[in-house]
Design a protein around this ligand. Sequence first.
Ligand SMILES: NC(=O)c1ccc[n+]([C@@H]2O[C@H](COP(=O)([O-])OP(=O)(O)OC[C@H]3O[C@@H](n4cnc5c(N)ncnc54)[C@H](OP(=O)(O)O)[C@@H]3O)[C@@H](O)[C@H]2O)c1
Length: 295
Amino acid sequence: MSPLWQQKKQKEFCLGNGILLSAYSPLGAVGTIWGSNRAMECEVLKEIAKLKGKTVPQVRTNKGNLKLDYLDLYLIHWHMSFKKRSEGDKEYVFLPMDLSSVWAAMEDSYPMDLSSVWAAMEDCQRLGLTKSVGLSNFTCKKVADILSIAKIPPVVNQVEMNPLWQQKNLKEFCHGNGILLSAYSPLGAAGTTWGSNRVMDCELLKEIANLKGKTVAQVCLRWAYEQGVSVIVKSFNAERMKQNLEIFDWSLSEDELKMIHQIPQRRCCRAEKFVSEDGPFKTLEELWDGEFDLQ
Ligand SMILES: NC(=O)c1ccc[n+]([C@@H]2O[C@H](COP(=O)([O-])OP(=O)(O)OC[C@H]3O[C@@H](n4cnc5c(N)ncnc54)[C@H](OP(=O)(O)O)[C@@H]3O)[C@@H](O)[C@H]2O)c1
């Protein structure tokens, strides 16, 4: 969320339902973090900043834009960077409705300079732009790389986590280093470009759900909750949102947990499109440091 992607509808809907919107890439990725410098180079924002005698990042988190004085948490979304590229008036920027642009720009991607990017994240925290800083889609190895250079350690690593991709090693590693794992796609992200129906169609989960009089979604969310991670599930449906919150007054039995533990493990979101001859990651092995399939 940034002035160039203001999420008006999403914001109205969430605030109207008492849900605080948490923004990632509010600085438009600052060039090295994700996407392009588009927001940071926006003339309108620069003009406002000049008039107010402030820097662009300060202006971009103020009440006039995000209705926030600061962010609670600011994450590095992915561990790769993109050169700025424009053709005519088209710039390559990661936006959910235009995924083709990010794939098209793979030859412009390059390994993230973790030292300088993490130093910039730490500056955001020191400047009070964010209360905390963290990571997303980082493997054990990449978290360790950050820890080896960090003056301010990350507090969160937001990654795919569900019964079909349980992230046992990463959870142990992160929690052992004081980093909370945050589970995205806890239902396997059915219906998105990055997910599949595999979680919601899993026969074992259906069996457990039937026996307990719960839905598969509730079993997945309860399972994630019992792992001691934070959970981000998405629904635009009021009934399903309610259902997704009804997981706190019951629990999974030891036997059910054991059965879930034995489900063959495979990432749903493998991000194969980030693997490219022209990009920094030539194989899935390189992209995920081997953490993508445990069958
Ligand atoms: N950091 C990252 O790289 C990253 C990557 C992926 C996702 N995320 C974030 O993680 C959050 C959640 O992940 P996600 O959207 O990928 O996957 P998800 O929450 O696992 O799945 C969302 C899908 O499940 C459906 N759904 C929700 N509740 C349901 C229920 N009770 N029964 C049946 N279907 C249900 C939703 O449809 P309806 O809306 O129709 O209910 C939607 O199609 C999102 O906010 C996303 O932005 C972050």
